[in-house]
Design a protein around this ligand. Sequence first.
Ligand SMILES: *[C@@H]1O[C@H](CO)[C@@H](O)[C@H](O)[C@H]1NC(C)=O
Ligand SMILES: *[C@@H]1O[C@H](CO)[C@@H](O)[C@H](O)[C@H]1NC(C)=O
Ligand SMILES: *[C@@H]1O[C@H](CO)[C@@H](O)[C@H](O)[C@H]1NC(C)=O
Length: 484
Amino acid sequence: MMDLRRGRLLLVVFVLHQLCLASVFVSANVVFKVQHKFAGREKSWAALRAHDARRHGRILSAIDLPLGGNGHPTDTALYFAKIGIGTPSKDYYVQVDTGSDILWVNCAGCDNCPKKSDIGIELRLYDPKGSSSGEVVTCEEDFCTTYFETPLSGCKVGTVCPYRVTYGDGSSTMGYFVKDNVQLDRVSGNRQTTSMNGTIVFGCGAKQSGQLGSSSTALDGLLGFGQANSSMISQLASARKVKKMFAHCLDGINGGGIFAIGEVVQPKLNSTPLVPNQAHYNVIMKAIEVGGDVLQLPTDVFDTEAGKGTIIDSGTTLAYLPQEVFTPLMTKVMALHPDLELQTVEQQFTCFQYSGKVDDGFPDVIFHFENSLSLKVYPHDYLFQIRNDVWCIGWQNNGMQSNDKKLTLLGDLALSNKLVLYDLEKQTIGWAEYNCSLGIKVKDEQSGDVYLVGAHDLSSACSLNAWRTLTLLLLMAMLLNFIY
Ligand SMILES: *[C@@H]1O[C@H](CO)[C@@H](O)[C@H](O)[C@H]1NC(C)=O
Ligand SMILES: *[C@@H]1O[C@H](CO)[C@@H](O)[C@H](O)[C@H]1NC(C)=O
Ligand SMILES: *[C@@H]1O[C@H](CO)[C@@H](O)[C@H](O)[C@H]1NC(C)=O
C-alpha cells in the first residue's frame, strides 16, 4: 500500500565528533517543569514515557548534537552527527534528516551494510544482543501498531515489528524495530554538556540498498528529525525529556555548525506557520522577488496541498523549483548577462565563466512567506564555484523530475548561514541570517541561566576532501515518494 504521508526527503546532516575532536559546539541546557499539555499523549507511548518519567522525573533538557561537514555541492555536501547507543554505550555516526521520521542504524548480520567509509570514521554494527539494555520490539506492541496505524496484518505474537524506508534518491533501508538507551549530550552549562540517556525505539537495519549500502559516503545510519511520533525527538518529548523544538545553523563558510534540541532564546527569530497535517516542514510562500522585482507567477505555485507548496529541508543540498518558477527566476537572474556562454558540467549543472564578484553581478533572490517572514538568498549562496572563474547555478528545475513538479524545495543553498528554529509545539518555523560562529543562547528554565552554544569549524579541522567524490548523489535526492 502506498502511504504518501510517509514521503521522505533525504536530508544530509552528518555529525562528526571524535574524528575532529574538540568538536563542535556545545549546546545550552534547558530544564523545564513538565507541562500539562503533555498529559494527553496516546496510549502507545505511555509505557515508555512512564518508564522514563519514573527514572528521571520532570526534567526537560536541551541537547547538543555535534555537527560536521559542509553543504558545498563540490565539496562534502554533508553534515553529520554522533550519538551513543546501548549499554555499554557505543558511538554511531548518523545523517540527520528533517524529512524522515525514524532513527535507524546498521545492525549485526545485515545484508549489504557498508563495511568501510571514506569519510574517516570507523563503521560499527549495532547488535541488540550485545547491549544489556537492548530489546527487540515485537509486532503486537503499541509502538508497532501506532507506527502502522493499525495492527500489523499477519502479526504473530513475539515476532518482530518490521520497518522499511525509501528515500528521495531511491536508496532504501529495511529491518526491524528495537528499543535501547540512546546517549546524548545534555547541555549543563555554558559550553558544557553532560551525558544523558533516554529509551528510544529505532530501526535495526537488516538490508540496505542504493547509497545506504556500500559506498564511499557510508555512515552507521540516519537520524530522522520529522514530526511523526516515531522520530527520536517526538519520543524524547513524549518521555518529557525535551521540548519539541530544535534548531540548526549550518555553517556554509567554515563547515560544521550547530544542531540543538531545546529552546533557543537568542537570537530572537520571526517565524511563519507550518502548514498543518503535512509530513514535511511545509510553509506558505506568498511571493518571490529577484533583484527588487516581484516575479509574476501563476497563483497555483503558492498552493499548499500535498505535492505542492514549499518545503524547508536542510537535508537537501540545492533548491528545487517548479518549472513555472524556475524559468522566470532564471531569466531574471541571468538578465544582466545575456552573453554568458552556458555549459553543462557533470551532466547536471549549468555553469559559466565569470571573473567578477558574483554578489555584484547577480541579483539577490528573496522568498516571502506568511507572516512577513522572508528568506534572502545571495548570489554567493545560489552560485557555486567549481574552478577558477567557473560558476554553476544552484537553482534546479523540478519540471522534469517526478510527480512533485509543483513543489518548491529549499535546501542548504537557501538555509546555510541562517539560524533555523523548528518549534513543533507552536507549529512554526523561523529563521534569520546568522553567523553560526557566534553561537546561540539557550535558557535553562529552572535556574533562569542562559548558556552559550558555540560552533566549531569542523571542515578545516578534519580532512574531508575524500568526500568530494560523493557529493552529487545527495543533490539528486529531491522529491521523493516513499513506498511502504
Ligand atoms: C502523535 O501523538 C499525538 C498525541 O497523542 C497525536 O495527537 C497525534 O495524532 C500523533 N501523530 C501521529 C502522526 O501519529
Ligand atoms: C542510563 O541512565 C541510567 C539511569 O539514569 C543509568 O543507570 C545507565 O547506566 C545509563 N546508561 C548508560 C549507557 O549510560
Ligand atoms: C562570524 O563571527 C566570527 C567570530 O566573531 C568572525 O570571526 C567572522 O568574521 C564572522 N563572519 C562573518 C562572515 O561575519
